[in-house]
Design a protein. Structure first.
Length: 303
């Protein structure tokens, strides 16, 4: 028998060439490159990739042309396929339940981006508390009037020190953010998750567990979303109303976790003091109303 077949989706690899040579020694690697969804479907129907054992997508930004990976695609995979390994920490674009029904294990690279996402989360927290977006935008305008206008932030902004950070989802990324915020800023850590972590883990960042999200929202000075997308917006108008007046909201998870219309209303009314967004509801389309707000820091899903 020959070597098992591995389907490599997307572009050529850029790093870890020695590891890739190890894969080549153990698998016959076939490529889909960056074909269209329709072409990919037809190629699967024609079984041109053969009876591959696994699918490998080494870059988040490539090989995604056939997304979403739903029942339409998954039903066409050969019975020999057992593993889908993809770069990136999320799985909102793939129907993991449909994969499970075919006995296919889905693997992502959640731990690979922990440090980088945590660093950016700290930046967004700091920017939200200090309203650095307003200051930066004013400076980049090269307009002295805007410069002088931005001086007014000193009367309204605060340092994160002595404030509480409520984290929704204290996984690898959420915990690393808690470590940085607690050690660097002296923030008190609150968290809500599907289960309480062991006391030894909680003690490392002096974290307080909230079984019910509403209870945490009511007391947190800043709320950070660090949980996977489960199909519905987690933060909607009802949840925003539960938050403290003037609280900050940070999202480094998935844009669809927050109802943007409700977020805009909460910011415009002054109920929320600021927001920091690495991710957006309709990526790559950024909501222009949010983009125009001085108290909203935003990035291009680059954390």
């Amino acid at each position: 028998m020959g070597k098992p077949i591995l389907l490599h989706c997307g572009d050529d690899i850029r790093w870890n060439h020695e590891l890739y040579r190890t894969l080549q020694s153990k698998f016959d690697i076939v490529r889909s490159y960056s074909m269209s969804r329709d072409d990919f479907i037809q190629t699967l129907k024609d079984k041109k990739f053969g009876d591959f054992t696994a699918i490998y997508r080494p870059f988040w930004g490539t090989g995604g042309e056939m997304s979403p990976w739903n029942e339409e695609l998954i039903s066409l995979l050969p019975s020999s396929c057992r593993i889908y390994a993809s770069a990136g920490a999320g799985f909102d674009w793939v129907d993991t339940a449909a994969l499970a029904r075919r006995n296919i294990i889905y693997c992502n690279a959640g731990a690979a981006c922990t440090e980088s996402v945590a660093d950016v989360a700290i930046w967004l927290i700091l920017s939200a508390f200090r309203n650095l977006n307003w200051s930066s935008t004013a400076a980049r305008s090269c307009d002295p009037a805007n410069w002088k206008d931005a001086q007014a932030i000193a009367a309204t902004t605060r340092n994160p020190a002595s404030h509480s950070l409520g984290i929704i989802g204290l996984g690898k990324i959420g915990f690393r953010i808690a470590q940085k915020a607690q050690k660097s800023f002296g923030m008190s850590i609150l968290y809500n998750d599907i289960r309480q972590l062991p006391s030894s883990v909680e003690q490392e960042v002096e974290a307080k567990y909230f079984e019910h999200l509403d209870d945490m929202l009511a007391v947190a000075d800043c709320v950070l979303v660090a949980t996977p997308f489960g199909g519905d917006a987690l933060i909607n108008s009802e949840k925003l109303a539960k938050m403290k007046k003037g609280a900050k909201l940070i999202n480094i998870a998935r844009g669809k976790l927050i109802d943007e219309s409700a977020l805009i209303a909460a910011l415009e009314s002054g109920h929320l003091g600021a927001a920091g967004l690495d991710v957006h509801f309709d990526e790559p389309n950024v909501n222009p109303r949010l983009a125009a707000m001085k108290n909203v820091e935003m990035l291009s899903h680059t954390a």
